[in-house]
Design a protein around this ligand. Structure first.
Ligand code: DGI
Ligand code: FE
Ligand code: FE
Length: 190
């Protein structure tokens, strides 16, 4: 599939706002790839595809998940917003025939992150926070961090997410904690 064909497919599955977000994440992922010496075209593609099932009905997403051996944990069952990362990864693999395992994995972990991510996976995670369409308090800090250091940007994104979820009293996925702990243990503690 060409990028234009993928954008046309996304337009049938996503609202104009979410389509624009996907294109901006692709642009940002490509920009970060250039800074950090990763494959620009593959990160662009991962960005385009990362939210492909974000607006898909839960029952339909379960169908995609059942096409693989993915079993949702209790936390995942109770947090609908986590589903689109896993169902999206299965959708692009099984229905679009994407074979690039790193693209599939970057999509699978773009919402929770996890420990031991590759640079490629981290850059998609960061691009989802720093894309041009994002406008949340603190976005400028994450953008500044992203231009300087992958680890700093991961820390900003993960700590923002954990604080935000805790304030709302929502459960936090163990992968998110493990990613956060891995990064904080590597950072200098003052
Ligand atoms: O799909 P996007 O909106 O572009 O961004 P995303 O895939 O990072 O999803 C963000 C949403 O996912 C946001 O509402 C918070 C939620 N989320 C992220 N990590 C966790 C989580 N929700 C729970 N319950 N637990 C998590 O660890
Ligand atoms: Fe997402
Ligand atoms: Fe997104």
């Amino acid at each position: 599939m060409t990028n234009n064909e993928i954008i046309a497919l996304l337009a049938t599955r996503l609202s104009p706002k979410r389509l624009n977000h996907s294109i901006e994440v692709a642009n940002e992922a490509k920009r970060l790839a250039k800074i950090y010496g990763q494959d620009e075209e593959r990160l662009y593609l991962a960005g385009l595809l990362h939210d492909i099932t974000k607006e898909t009905l839960p029952e339909e997403q379960l169908k995609y998940l059942n096409e693989s051996d993915i079993i949702l944990t209790n936390i995942e069952k109770n947090a609908l917003k986590l589903w689109h990362a896993k169902s999206g990864a299965e959708f692009v693999k099984n229905r679009l025939g994407i074979k690039d395992e790193e693209i599939i994995s970057a999509i699978r972990f773009h919402t929770t992150a996890k420990k031991g991510m590759t640079k490629f996976e981290k850059l998609l995670y960061i691009a989802d926070f720093t894309s041009l369409d994002r406008d949340y308090p603190g976005v400028e800090d994450v953008r500044r961090a992203a231009d300087k250091s992958i680890e700093d940007a991961m820390f900003e994104g993960l700590s923002f997410t954990i604080c935000d979820l805790a304030k709302q009293g929502r459960p936090i996925h163990p992968d998110t904690f493990e990613a956060y702990n891995e990064i904080t243990l590597k950072r200098e503690v003052l």
